[in-house]
Design a protein around this ligand. Structure first.
Ligand code: UT7
Length: 330
C-alpha cells in the first residue's frame, strides 16, 4: 500500500496596500469617533487599495511572497484557489488573473465565494486535492478590495472594513500539516450580512445605485451574537477532529472582525485567557477572506508561529458561513 499523502503549509505571504485610512480620517467623513471605533471594534486604521489596484494585484503579490517563503517557483504550482467576495470581474475568475500575473503556467484555478470564511473553505478544497494524490502543490489565496463595496456614507459599516491579501503554499507532505477541517453554512440567515444588488436577482440599475444596494449591509448586533457562539462551536469541533485538547493549541487565529468577538471566544477556550489569540485588526480592520491568511503570514514572519506549533484558525461570515481548521506548522 502506498504511504498516505498529507497536506501541509510550506510558506505564507501577505500584501497590504500602502494607503492608511485612520479613525481620525473617518471622523471627518461620517458621524463617528476614534473612541467609539476603538472600543467597539478594536480597529485603529485600515488599508485602502490605490485606484486601479485590484484584488488580483494584491492576491498576486501575496502569492509571490508565499512562494518565495516556501522556496518554490510559480511553475511548481498546480492549482490556484482564490477566496474572495470582491473579484476583479464576475468572470474570468480572479484565480485566472493571478495565475497569469505570477506565471503559474501549469496551474488550474478558480474562485471560491464564502465571504469571510472563504480562505478556510479554499484551504479545505486544496488539501483534499493534495491528499487525493491528484496534485502536489497549490496556492490558497484570500484577497479582498472591500473598499469598493463599502458604503462610505454609512457609519454602521464604513468604519469596519479594509483591503488586503494573504496567501499560503500548500504542498504534499508525509506528515499531517492540515490536522482538521470543519466547515458549515446556514443560508437561512443570508440577509443579515450581504450585498443586495449586482447579481442576477437585482442587476445594476440607477435605482439600485441610488439605494446603495451595491454595498455591504449588515445587521451588526445580530451578526455579533451568532458569531460568538458559532465560532466557539467551530473552534471546539476543529480541535476535537484534530484529536487534540484546547490546551494543545499554541496560537489561535480568528477572523478579524471585532476584538470583542475574538476576546469572548478565545477566553472560553482552554485557560480562560486571550493571550494565544493573534490579532491585527487594529491595523487592517476586517478584510473578509484575507483576514486569516494575513494574520497567519504576519505571525510566521515575526517568529511567533514556529515549527511544531499547532495553530487553530476560525472563520465566520456572510452566508452565513463558518469554519475551523487546526494546522500543525511543519
Ligand atoms: O465579518 C463577518 C462577521 N462580522 C461580524 O462579526 C461583525 C459583528 N458585529 C459587530 O462587530 C458589531 O455589532 C458592530 C461593530 C458592527 C457594532 O457594534 P455594536 O456594539 O453591536 O453597536 P450597535 O450596532 O448596537 O450600535 C450601538 C450604537 C447605536 O446608537 P444607539 O442606537 O444606541 O443610539 C449606533 O447607531 O452605536 C451607534 N453606532 C455608531 N456610533 C458611532 C453605530 N456605528 C457607529 C459608529 N460611530 N461608527
Amino acid at each position: 500500500m502506498s504511504p498516505k499523502i498529507y497536506a501541509a503549509i510550506s510558506g505564507a505571504g501577505h500584501y497590504a496596500p500602502e494607503k492608511v485610512l485612520t479613525n481620525a480620517d473617518l471622523e471627518r467623513m461620517v458621524d463617528t469617533s476614534d473612541e467609539w471605533i476603538r472600543t467597539r471594534t478594536g480597529i485603529r486604521e485600515r488599508r485602502i487599495a490605490a485606484e486601479g489596484e485590484c484584488t488580483s494585484d494584491m492576491g498576486a503579490e501575496a502569492a509571490r511572497r508565499a512562494l518565495a517563503n516556501a522556496g518554490l517557483a510559480a511553475e511548481d504550482v498546480e492549482a490556484v484557489y482564490v477566496a474572495t467576495c470582491t473579484p476583479d470581474m464576475v468572470f474570468p475568475s480572479t484565480a485566472c488573473l493571478i495565475q497569469a500575473a505570477i506565471g503559474a503556467g501549469r496551474a488550474y484555478g478558480y474562485d471560491l465565494s464564502a465571504a469571510c470564511s472563504g480562505f478556510l473553505m479554499a484551504l479545505d478544497a486544496a488539501a483534499a486535492a493534495i491528499e487525493s494524490g491528484r496534485i502536489r502543490t497549490a496556492l490558497v489565496i484570500g484577497a479582498e478590495k472591500l473598499s469598493t463595496v463599502t458604503d462610505w456614507t454609512s457609519r454602521d459599516t464604513c468604519v469596519l472594513f479594509g483591503d488586503g491579501a494573504g496567501a499560503v503554499v500548500l504542498t504534499a507532505s508525509d506528515r499531517p500539516g492540515i490536522r482538521s477541517n470543519y466547515l458549515g453554512v446556514d443560508g437561512n440567515q443570508a440577509d443579515i450580512l450581504y450585498i443586495p444588488a449586482g447579481g442576477c436577482k437585482r442587476p445594476p440599475s440607477e435605482e439600485t445605485i441610488r439605494q446603495h444596494q451595491h454595498f455591504i449591509h449588515m445587521a451588526g448586533r445580530e451578526t455579533f451574537k451568532i458569531a460568538v457562539n458559532t465560532m466557539l462551536g467551530a473552534a471546539q469541533e476543529a480541535i476535537r477532529r484534530a484529536g487534540l485538547q484546547e490546551s494543545d493549541i499554541d496560537w489561535m487565529i480568528f477572523h478579524q472582525a471585532n476584538w470583542r468577538i475574538i476576546d469572548a471566544v478565545a477566553k472560553r477556550l482552554g485557560d480562560g485567557s486571550a493571550d494565544r489569540a493573534i490579532m491585527n485588526l487594529d491595523r487592517y480592520g476586517n478584510t473578509s477572506a484575507a483576514s486569516i491568511p494575513l494574520a497567519l503570514s504576519e505571525a510566521v514572519a515575526d517568529g511567533r508561529i514556529q515549527s511544531g506549533h499547532k495553530v487553530l484558525m476560525v472563520a465566520f461570515g456572510g452566508g452565513l458561513t463558518w469554519g475551523g481548521t487546526v494546522v500543525e506548522w511543519i
